[in-house]
Design a protein around this ligand. Structure first.
Ligand code: UD1
Ligand code: CA
Length: 455
Protein backbone atom coordinates (compact mmCIF):
# COMPACT_ATOMS: atom_id res chain seq x y z
CA UNK A 1 0.00 0.00 0.00
CA UNK A 2 1.42 3.36 -1.05
CA UNK A 3 0.79 6.87 0.29
CA UNK A 4 2.20 9.86 -1.55
CA UNK A 5 2.75 13.19 0.18
CA UNK A 6 3.37 16.21 -2.04
CA UNK A 7 4.93 19.21 -0.34
CA UNK A 8 3.40 22.40 -1.69
CA UNK A 9 3.21 24.82 1.22
CA UNK A 10 6.21 26.98 0.37
CA UNK A 11 5.85 30.66 -0.44
CA UNK A 12 7.70 30.91 -3.74
CA UNK A 13 8.66 34.50 -2.97
CA UNK A 14 11.09 34.71 -5.87
CA UNK A 15 8.30 34.09 -8.39
CA UNK A 16 7.13 37.68 -7.60
CA UNK A 17 3.55 36.61 -8.13
CA UNK A 18 0.08 36.55 -6.60
CA UNK A 19 -0.29 33.00 -7.90
CA UNK A 20 0.98 30.25 -5.56
CA UNK A 21 4.17 28.78 -6.98
CA UNK A 22 2.84 25.27 -7.64
CA UNK A 23 0.07 26.72 -9.82
CA UNK A 24 2.57 28.28 -12.21
CA UNK A 25 2.55 26.29 -15.45
CA UNK A 26 5.13 24.21 -17.21
CA UNK A 27 4.06 23.12 -20.69
CA UNK A 28 0.66 24.75 -20.14
CA UNK A 29 -0.15 22.83 -16.96
CA UNK A 30 0.35 23.76 -13.29
CA UNK A 31 3.53 22.30 -11.85
CA UNK A 32 1.50 20.50 -9.20
CA UNK A 33 -0.57 18.82 -11.93
CA UNK A 34 2.63 17.37 -13.41
CA UNK A 35 3.60 15.99 -10.01
CA UNK A 36 0.11 14.55 -9.57
CA UNK A 37 0.37 12.81 -12.96
CA UNK A 38 3.62 11.16 -11.91
CA UNK A 39 2.10 10.27 -8.54
CA UNK A 40 -1.04 8.74 -10.04
CA UNK A 41 1.02 6.63 -12.43
CA UNK A 42 2.19 4.71 -9.33
CA UNK A 43 -1.44 3.91 -8.39
CA UNK A 44 -1.16 5.00 -4.77
CA UNK A 45 -3.94 4.41 -2.23
CA UNK A 46 -3.73 7.96 -1.00
CA UNK A 47 -2.32 11.29 -2.17
CA UNK A 48 -1.94 14.07 0.39
CA UNK A 49 -1.01 17.55 -0.79
CA UNK A 50 0.45 19.74 1.94
CA UNK A 51 -0.64 23.31 1.26
CA UNK A 52 0.12 26.54 3.12
CA UNK A 53 0.78 29.73 1.19
CA UNK A 54 -2.20 30.30 -1.10
CA UNK A 55 -3.81 27.13 0.30
CA UNK A 56 -7.34 28.11 -0.81
CA UNK A 57 -6.17 28.86 -4.36
CA UNK A 58 -4.31 25.57 -4.65
CA UNK A 59 -7.24 23.58 -3.25
CA UNK A 60 -9.67 25.38 -5.57
CA UNK A 61 -7.49 24.59 -8.58
CA UNK A 62 -7.66 20.87 -7.75
CA UNK A 63 -11.19 20.71 -6.38
CA UNK A 64 -13.34 17.74 -7.32
CA UNK A 65 -10.46 15.26 -7.52
CA UNK A 66 -11.64 12.65 -5.04
CA UNK A 67 -8.31 10.86 -4.73
CA UNK A 68 -6.68 13.96 -3.21
CA UNK A 69 -6.56 14.99 0.43
CA UNK A 70 -5.25 18.38 1.50
CA UNK A 71 -3.33 18.99 4.71
CA UNK A 72 -2.77 22.59 5.71
CA UNK A 73 0.61 23.61 7.07
CA UNK A 74 0.50 27.12 8.49
CA UNK A 75 2.94 28.48 9.42
CA UNK A 76 5.72 26.48 7.73
CA UNK A 77 8.37 25.07 10.03
CA UNK A 78 10.27 22.91 7.57
CA UNK A 79 9.89 19.80 5.43
CA UNK A 80 9.60 17.48 8.46
CA UNK A 81 6.88 19.67 9.93
CA UNK A 82 5.14 19.62 6.53
CA UNK A 83 5.03 15.82 6.41
CA UNK A 84 3.81 15.78 10.04
CA UNK A 85 0.70 17.65 8.87
CA UNK A 86 -0.02 14.87 6.39
CA UNK A 87 0.29 12.08 8.96
CA UNK A 88 -3.42 11.99 9.98
CA UNK A 89 -4.32 11.28 6.34
CA UNK A 90 -1.87 8.42 5.78
CA UNK A 91 -3.20 4.90 5.34
CA UNK A 92 -1.21 2.62 7.56
CA UNK A 93 -1.51 -1.10 6.80
CA UNK A 94 1.46 -3.22 7.89
CA UNK A 95 3.32 -3.00 4.56
CA UNK A 96 2.43 0.63 3.90
CA UNK A 97 5.04 3.00 2.50
CA UNK A 98 4.96 6.78 2.11
CA UNK A 99 6.66 8.56 -0.79
CA UNK A 100 7.45 12.27 -0.46
CA UNK A 101 7.47 14.48 -3.58
CA UNK A 102 7.83 18.25 -4.04
CA UNK A 103 5.10 20.28 -5.77
CA UNK A 104 7.76 22.55 -7.29
CA UNK A 105 9.77 19.71 -8.86
CA UNK A 106 7.44 19.10 -11.79
CA UNK A 107 9.34 16.85 -14.17
CA UNK A 108 10.10 13.78 -12.08
CA UNK A 109 9.21 10.72 -14.16
CA UNK A 110 7.10 7.78 -12.95
CA UNK A 111 9.83 5.33 -14.11
CA UNK A 112 12.32 6.97 -11.75
CA UNK A 113 9.85 6.89 -8.87
CA UNK A 114 9.02 3.25 -9.56
CA UNK A 115 12.73 2.43 -9.42
CA UNK A 116 12.95 4.22 -6.08
CA UNK A 117 10.07 2.09 -4.77
CA UNK A 118 11.75 -1.04 -6.11
CA UNK A 119 15.09 -0.41 -4.35
CA UNK A 120 13.38 0.29 -1.03
CA UNK A 121 13.37 -3.37 0.07
CA UNK A 122 10.97 -2.65 2.95
CA UNK A 123 13.29 0.05 4.23
CA UNK A 124 13.95 3.63 3.18
CA UNK A 125 15.04 4.77 -0.29
CA UNK A 126 16.35 8.22 -1.20
CA UNK A 127 16.60 9.68 -4.69
CA UNK A 128 20.08 11.19 -4.78
CA UNK A 129 22.27 12.88 -7.36
CA UNK A 130 25.92 13.71 -7.92
CA UNK A 131 26.29 17.44 -8.53
CA UNK A 132 29.46 19.29 -9.50
CA UNK A 133 28.25 22.18 -7.32
CA UNK A 134 26.21 20.94 -4.37
CA UNK A 135 25.82 24.33 -2.68
CA UNK A 136 22.54 24.62 -0.79
CA UNK A 137 21.62 20.94 -0.94
CA UNK A 138 21.45 18.37 1.83
CA UNK A 139 24.51 16.08 1.60
CA UNK A 140 24.34 12.28 1.70
CA UNK A 141 26.83 11.21 4.39
CA UNK A 142 28.05 7.62 3.94
CA UNK A 143 30.18 5.31 6.08
CA UNK A 144 33.56 3.97 4.93
CA UNK A 145 31.61 0.91 3.71
CA UNK A 146 29.36 3.19 1.67
CA UNK A 147 26.26 2.85 3.87
CA UNK A 148 24.12 5.97 4.16
CA UNK A 149 24.52 7.40 7.67
CA UNK A 150 22.49 10.60 7.57
CA UNK A 151 21.65 13.67 5.53
CA UNK A 152 23.20 16.91 6.64
CA UNK A 153 21.85 20.21 5.39
CA UNK A 154 24.29 22.60 3.73
CA UNK A 155 23.99 25.16 6.51
CA UNK A 156 24.69 22.54 9.18
CA UNK A 157 27.50 20.76 7.32
CA UNK A 158 31.16 20.69 8.33
CA UNK A 159 33.67 21.71 5.64
CA UNK A 160 34.40 17.99 5.05
CA UNK A 161 30.69 17.28 4.61
CA UNK A 162 30.32 20.27 2.31
CA UNK A 163 32.88 18.64 0.03
CA UNK A 164 30.43 15.74 -0.56
CA UNK A 165 28.94 15.87 -4.07
CA UNK A 166 26.11 13.40 -3.54
CA UNK A 167 22.98 15.36 -2.64
CA UNK A 168 19.46 14.72 -1.46
CA UNK A 169 16.94 15.55 -4.20
CA UNK A 170 14.26 15.69 -1.47
CA UNK A 171 12.36 12.71 -2.88
CA UNK A 172 12.32 9.70 -0.57
CA UNK A 173 10.16 6.78 0.48
CA UNK A 174 9.89 5.22 3.94
CA UNK A 175 7.75 2.65 5.76
CA UNK A 176 4.70 4.58 7.00
CA UNK A 177 4.68 3.27 10.58
CA UNK A 178 8.38 4.05 11.04
CA UNK A 179 8.00 7.43 9.36
CA UNK A 180 5.31 8.46 11.85
CA UNK A 181 7.51 7.37 14.71
CA UNK A 182 10.58 9.23 13.40
CA UNK A 183 8.60 12.38 12.63
CA UNK A 184 7.54 12.41 16.28
CA UNK A 185 11.18 12.44 17.33
CA UNK A 186 12.82 15.07 15.08
CA UNK A 187 13.72 18.45 16.60
CA UNK A 188 14.36 21.92 15.23
CA UNK A 189 17.72 22.12 16.87
CA UNK A 190 19.68 23.16 13.77
CA UNK A 191 21.04 26.13 11.83
CA UNK A 192 17.61 27.06 10.38
CA UNK A 193 15.48 26.29 13.44
CA UNK A 194 13.32 24.01 11.24
CA UNK A 195 12.01 20.47 11.49
CA UNK A 196 13.99 18.70 8.78
CA UNK A 197 12.45 15.69 7.08
CA UNK A 198 16.02 14.66 6.33
CA UNK A 199 16.63 13.99 10.04
CA UNK A 200 14.58 10.80 9.75
CA UNK A 201 17.54 9.18 7.96
CA UNK A 202 19.77 9.28 11.04
CA UNK A 203 16.90 7.86 13.10
CA UNK A 204 16.33 5.08 10.56
CA UNK A 205 20.01 4.12 10.71
CA UNK A 206 19.79 4.02 14.53
CA UNK A 207 16.76 1.71 14.16
CA UNK A 208 18.78 -0.53 11.81
CA UNK A 209 16.46 0.10 8.88
CA UNK A 210 18.03 -0.42 5.44
CA UNK A 211 18.64 2.76 3.44
CA UNK A 212 19.07 2.47 -0.30
CA UNK A 213 19.53 5.10 -2.96
CA UNK A 214 18.95 5.44 -6.66
CA UNK A 215 19.43 8.24 -9.19
CA UNK A 216 17.07 9.83 -11.71
CA UNK A 217 17.41 8.79 -15.35
CA UNK A 218 17.79 12.42 -16.50
CA UNK A 219 19.20 15.34 -14.50
CA UNK A 220 16.24 17.62 -15.34
CA UNK A 221 13.83 15.34 -13.48
CA UNK A 222 14.76 16.73 -10.11
CA UNK A 223 15.16 20.40 -10.98
CA UNK A 224 13.03 22.61 -8.78
CA UNK A 225 11.43 25.93 -9.63
CA UNK A 226 12.04 28.88 -7.33
CA UNK A 227 12.02 31.71 -9.87
CA UNK A 228 10.66 32.51 -13.31
CA UNK A 229 14.17 32.01 -14.64
CA UNK A 230 14.13 28.40 -13.45
CA UNK A 231 10.56 28.00 -14.69
CA UNK A 232 11.64 29.15 -18.17
CA UNK A 233 14.68 26.82 -18.09
CA UNK A 234 12.55 23.83 -17.13
CA UNK A 235 10.04 24.72 -19.85
CA UNK A 236 12.76 24.59 -22.51
CA UNK A 237 14.25 21.37 -21.13
CA UNK A 238 10.85 19.71 -21.14
CA UNK A 239 10.02 20.97 -24.63
CA UNK A 240 13.36 19.64 -25.87
CA UNK A 241 12.58 16.28 -24.26
CA UNK A 242 9.13 16.13 -25.87
CA UNK A 243 10.55 17.18 -29.24
CA UNK A 244 13.17 14.46 -28.94
CA UNK A 245 10.56 11.81 -28.23
CA UNK A 246 8.62 12.86 -31.34
CA UNK A 247 11.74 12.87 -33.52
CA UNK A 248 12.59 9.37 -32.29
CA UNK A 249 9.03 8.30 -33.09
CA UNK A 250 9.49 9.43 -36.71
CA UNK A 251 8.02 12.93 -36.73
CA UNK A 252 9.90 15.62 -38.65
CA UNK A 253 10.27 18.84 -36.66
CA UNK A 254 11.96 21.41 -38.87
CA UNK A 255 13.42 22.97 -35.76
CA UNK A 256 12.96 21.09 -32.46
CA UNK A 257 13.98 24.25 -30.61
CA UNK A 258 10.97 26.06 -32.05
CA UNK A 259 8.29 23.57 -31.09
CA UNK A 260 5.89 23.76 -28.15
CA UNK A 261 3.65 20.99 -26.90
CA UNK A 262 1.33 21.86 -24.04
CA UNK A 263 -0.60 18.63 -23.78
CA UNK A 264 -0.36 15.43 -25.77
CA UNK A 265 0.36 14.92 -29.45
CA UNK A 266 -0.16 11.61 -31.23
CA UNK A 267 1.34 11.42 -34.71
CA UNK A 268 1.15 8.86 -37.50
CA UNK A 269 4.04 8.21 -39.87
CA UNK A 270 5.82 10.94 -41.80
CA UNK A 271 4.17 13.88 -40.12
CA UNK A 272 6.01 17.15 -40.78
CA UNK A 273 5.76 20.10 -38.42
CA UNK A 274 7.31 23.38 -39.42
CA UNK A 275 8.64 25.98 -36.98
CA UNK A 276 6.80 27.98 -34.34
CA UNK A 277 3.75 25.75 -33.88
CA UNK A 278 1.96 25.38 -30.55
CA UNK A 279 -0.03 22.22 -29.76
CA UNK A 280 -2.43 22.31 -26.82
CA UNK A 281 -4.74 19.79 -25.18
CA UNK A 282 -4.95 16.52 -27.09
CA UNK A 283 -4.04 16.62 -30.77
CA UNK A 284 -3.89 13.73 -33.23
CA UNK A 285 -2.23 14.02 -36.62
CA UNK A 286 -2.61 11.05 -38.97
CA UNK A 287 -0.02 9.79 -41.47
CA UNK A 288 1.57 12.38 -43.72
CA UNK A 289 -0.03 15.45 -42.17
CA UNK A 290 1.89 18.67 -42.79
CA UNK A 291 1.58 21.57 -40.36
CA UNK A 292 3.05 24.80 -41.73
CA UNK A 293 4.85 27.44 -39.71
CA UNK A 294 3.24 29.29 -36.79
CA UNK A 295 0.05 27.31 -36.40
CA UNK A 296 -1.85 26.86 -33.13
CA UNK A 297 -3.64 23.51 -32.86
CA UNK A 298 -5.75 22.65 -29.82
CA UNK A 299 -7.87 19.55 -29.11
CA UNK A 300 -8.07 18.65 -32.79
CA UNK A 301 -7.75 15.55 -34.94
CA UNK A 302 -6.43 15.76 -38.49
CA UNK A 303 -6.79 13.02 -41.10
CA UNK A 304 -4.09 11.51 -43.29
CA UNK A 305 -2.39 13.63 -45.92
CA UNK A 306 -4.01 16.89 -44.89
CA UNK A 307 -2.00 20.10 -45.17
CA UNK A 308 -2.42 22.86 -42.64
CA UNK A 309 -0.73 25.90 -44.08
CA UNK A 310 1.03 28.70 -42.20
CA UNK A 311 -0.63 30.82 -39.50
CA UNK A 312 -3.73 28.69 -39.12
CA UNK A 313 -5.59 28.35 -35.83
CA UNK A 314 -7.52 25.14 -35.08
CA UNK A 315 -9.47 24.82 -31.84
CA UNK A 316 -11.66 21.83 -30.96
CA UNK A 317 -11.95 20.94 -34.62
CA UNK A 318 -11.98 17.79 -36.67
CA UNK A 319 -10.39 17.65 -40.11
CA UNK A 320 -10.64 14.73 -42.51
CA UNK A 321 -8.07 13.27 -44.87
CA UNK A 322 -6.44 15.04 -47.84
CA UNK A 323 -7.95 18.36 -46.81
CA UNK A 324 -6.28 21.76 -47.12
CA UNK A 325 -6.53 24.34 -44.36
CA UNK A 326 -5.09 27.84 -44.54
CA UNK A 327 -2.91 29.75 -44.74
CA UNK A 328 -4.58 32.04 -42.20
CA UNK A 329 -7.62 29.83 -41.55
CA UNK A 330 -9.50 29.73 -38.28
CA UNK A 331 -11.37 26.60 -37.24
CA UNK A 332 -13.35 27.19 -34.07
CA UNK A 333 -15.02 24.64 -31.77
CA UNK A 334 -17.25 22.21 -33.61
CA UNK A 335 -15.71 22.75 -37.04
CA UNK A 336 -15.98 19.41 -38.84
CA UNK A 337 -14.10 19.54 -42.11
CA UNK A 338 -14.54 16.40 -44.18
CA UNK A 339 -12.13 14.67 -46.57
CA UNK A 340 -10.72 16.69 -49.51
CA UNK A 341 -12.34 19.91 -48.31
CA UNK A 342 -10.50 23.23 -48.61
CA UNK A 343 -10.61 26.10 -46.14
CA UNK A 344 -8.60 29.04 -47.36
CA UNK A 345 -7.27 32.33 -46.09
CA UNK A 346 -9.31 34.42 -43.67
CA UNK A 347 -12.07 31.84 -43.47
CA UNK A 348 -13.63 31.24 -40.06
CA UNK A 349 -15.67 28.11 -39.44
CA UNK A 350 -17.58 27.43 -36.22
CA UNK A 351 -19.85 24.52 -35.24
CA UNK A 352 -20.34 23.53 -38.86
CA UNK A 353 -19.83 20.61 -41.18
CA UNK A 354 -18.01 21.32 -44.42
CA UNK A 355 -18.74 18.24 -46.52
CA UNK A 356 -16.40 16.16 -48.66
CA UNK A 357 -14.65 18.10 -51.41
CA UNK A 358 -16.36 21.36 -50.45
CA UNK A 359 -14.44 24.61 -50.65
CA UNK A 360 -14.47 27.92 -48.84
CA UNK A 361 -11.30 29.37 -50.20
CA UNK A 362 -11.36 33.04 -49.30
CA UNK A 363 -12.74 35.43 -46.66
CA UNK A 364 -15.87 33.76 -45.33
CA UNK A 365 -17.71 33.10 -42.09
CA UNK A 366 -19.50 29.78 -41.77
CA UNK A 367 -21.23 29.29 -38.41
CA UNK A 368 -23.93 26.83 -37.31
CA UNK A 369 -24.09 25.43 -40.81
CA UNK A 370 -24.45 22.03 -42.42
CA UNK A 371 -22.65 22.22 -45.73
CA UNK A 372 -22.97 19.17 -47.97
CA UNK A 373 -20.45 17.65 -50.37
CA UNK A 374 -18.80 19.43 -53.33
CA UNK A 375 -20.24 22.80 -52.34
CA UNK A 376 -18.41 25.94 -53.41
CA UNK A 377 -18.63 28.88 -51.03
CA UNK A 378 -17.55 32.08 -52.75
CA UNK A 379 -15.37 34.81 -51.28
CA UNK A 380 -17.06 37.09 -48.80
CA UNK A 381 -19.90 34.70 -47.98
CA UNK A 382 -21.36 34.98 -44.50
CA UNK A 383 -23.86 32.89 -42.60
CA UNK A 384 -25.90 35.38 -40.58
CA UNK A 385 -26.48 32.91 -37.78
CA UNK A 386 -27.18 35.29 -34.93
CA UNK A 387 -29.99 37.79 -34.45
CA UNK A 388 -28.38 39.24 -31.36
CA UNK A 389 -30.19 36.80 -29.07
CA UNK A 390 -30.57 33.40 -30.73
CA UNK A 391 -28.48 31.31 -33.11
CA UNK A 392 -29.96 29.69 -36.21
CA UNK A 393 -28.80 27.04 -38.63
CA UNK A 394 -27.97 27.30 -42.32
CA UNK A 395 -28.26 24.18 -44.46
CA UNK A 396 -26.50 24.02 -47.81
CA UNK A 397 -27.13 20.80 -49.70
CA UNK A 398 -24.70 18.90 -51.94
CA UNK A 399 -23.32 20.52 -55.11
CA UNK A 400 -24.66 23.98 -54.33
CA UNK A 401 -22.72 27.00 -55.58
CA UNK A 402 -22.77 30.07 -53.34
CA UNK A 403 -21.75 33.19 -55.27
CA UNK A 404 -19.37 35.68 -53.74
CA UNK A 405 -20.49 38.21 -51.17
CA UNK A 406 -23.63 36.30 -50.22
CA UNK A 407 -25.39 36.59 -46.89
CA UNK A 408 -27.36 33.55 -45.78
CA UNK A 409 -29.82 34.84 -43.17
CA UNK A 410 -30.50 31.79 -41.01
CA UNK A 411 -32.58 29.77 -40.59
CA UNK A 412 -32.36 29.11 -44.30
CA UNK A 413 -31.78 26.20 -46.68
CA UNK A 414 -30.09 26.04 -50.06
CA UNK A 415 -31.32 23.05 -52.04
CA UNK A 416 -29.18 20.46 -53.80
CA UNK A 417 -27.34 21.84 -56.80
CA UNK A 418 -28.77 25.35 -56.31
CA UNK A 419 -26.79 28.39 -57.39
CA UNK A 420 -26.89 31.71 -55.54
CA UNK A 421 -25.93 34.75 -57.56
CA UNK A 422 -23.16 36.94 -56.22
CA UNK A 423 -24.30 39.50 -53.69
CA UNK A 424 -27.48 37.65 -52.76
CA UNK A 425 -29.02 38.25 -49.35
CA UNK A 426 -30.88 34.98 -48.86
CA UNK A 427 -33.80 35.27 -46.44
CA UNK A 428 -35.96 32.42 -47.78
CA UNK A 429 -35.00 28.91 -48.89
CA UNK A 430 -33.39 28.59 -52.31
CA UNK A 431 -34.87 25.76 -54.40
CA UNK A 432 -32.70 22.91 -55.63
CA UNK A 433 -31.09 23.12 -59.04
CA UNK A 434 -32.08 26.74 -59.78
CA UNK A 435 -30.43 30.14 -59.77
CA UNK A 436 -31.58 32.39 -56.99
CA UNK A 437 -30.40 35.97 -56.91
CA UNK A 438 -31.63 38.84 -54.78
CA UNK A 439 -29.81 41.88 -56.05
CA UNK A 440 -31.56 44.72 -57.96
CA UNK A 441 -31.16 44.57 -61.69
CA UNK A 442 -28.22 46.46 -63.09
CA UNK A 443 -29.11 49.54 -65.12
CA UNK A 444 -27.20 52.11 -67.07
CA UNK A 445 -28.49 55.72 -67.22
CA UNK A 446 -28.06 57.03 -70.71
CA UNK A 447 -26.80 60.56 -71.32
CA UNK A 448 -25.97 60.95 -67.67
CA UNK A 449 -23.39 63.70 -67.03
CA UNK A 450 -21.05 64.11 -64.14
CA UNK A 451 -21.68 67.31 -62.22
CA UNK A 452 -19.16 70.06 -62.92
CA UNK A 453 -17.88 72.69 -60.48
CA UNK A 454 -19.78 75.97 -60.75
CA UNK A 455 -17.58 78.87 -61.86
C1 UD1 B 1 15.35 20.45 0.92
C2 UD1 B 1 16.06 19.33 1.68
C3 UD1 B 1 17.48 19.19 1.14
C4 UD1 B 1 17.45 18.92 -0.35
C5 UD1 B 1 16.66 20.02 -1.07
C6 UD1 B 1 16.47 19.63 -2.51
C7 UD1 B 1 15.22 19.32 3.97
C8 UD1 B 1 15.43 19.76 5.35
N1 UD1 B 1 16.13 19.68 3.07
O1 UD1 B 1 16.03 21.64 1.19
O2 UD1 B 1 18.16 18.11 1.81
O3 UD1 B 1 18.79 18.85 -0.85
O4 UD1 B 1 15.36 20.16 -0.49
O5 UD1 B 1 15.87 20.72 -3.18
O6 UD1 B 1 14.25 18.62 3.69
N2 UD1 B 1 8.04 22.95 2.05
C9 UD1 B 1 6.84 22.92 2.70
N3 UD1 B 1 6.77 23.32 3.98
C10 UD1 B 1 7.86 23.77 4.66
C11 UD1 B 1 9.09 23.81 3.99
C12 UD1 B 1 9.16 23.38 2.69
O7 UD1 B 1 5.83 22.52 2.12
O8 UD1 B 1 7.71 24.12 5.83
C13 UD1 B 1 8.12 22.51 0.66
C14 UD1 B 1 8.56 23.61 -0.29
O9 UD1 B 1 7.44 24.29 -0.81
C15 UD1 B 1 9.28 22.83 -1.35
C16 UD1 B 1 9.89 21.65 -0.59
O10 UD1 B 1 9.13 21.53 0.58
O11 UD1 B 1 8.41 22.30 -2.32
C17 UD1 B 1 11.35 21.84 -0.26
O12 UD1 B 1 11.49 23.02 0.48
P1 UD1 B 1 12.78 23.93 0.34
O13 UD1 B 1 12.67 25.03 1.28
O14 UD1 B 1 13.03 24.20 -1.10
O15 UD1 B 1 13.89 22.90 0.89
P2 UD1 B 1 15.44 23.13 0.91
O16 UD1 B 1 15.78 23.96 2.08
O17 UD1 B 1 15.89 23.58 -0.41
CA1 CA C 1 14.66 23.90 -2.66
Amino acid sequence: MLNIVILAAGLGKRMQSHLPKVLHPVAGKPMLAHVLDAARALQPSRIVVVVGHGAEQVQAAFAGQPDLAFAVQSPQHGTGHAVQQAVPFLLDAHDSATLVLYGDVPLVQPETLQRLLNVRANGVAILTEQLPDATGYGRIVRSAQGQVQCIVEHKDATPEQQAIREVNTGILVAPTAHLKNWLGRITNNNAQGEYYLTDIIGLAVADAIVINTTQPEAPWETLGVNSRVQQAQIERLWQAEQANRLLLAGVTLLDPARFDLRGSLVCGRDVVIDIGCVFEGHVELADGVYVGPNCVVRNTTVGAGTRIEAFSHLDDAQVGAQARIGPYARLRPGADIRDDAHVGNFVEIKKSVLGQGSKANHLAYVGDALVGDRVNIGAGTITCNYDGVNKFQTIIEDDAFIGSDTQLVAPVRVGKGATLGAGTTLTRDAPAGQLTVSRPRQQTIENWKRPVRKP
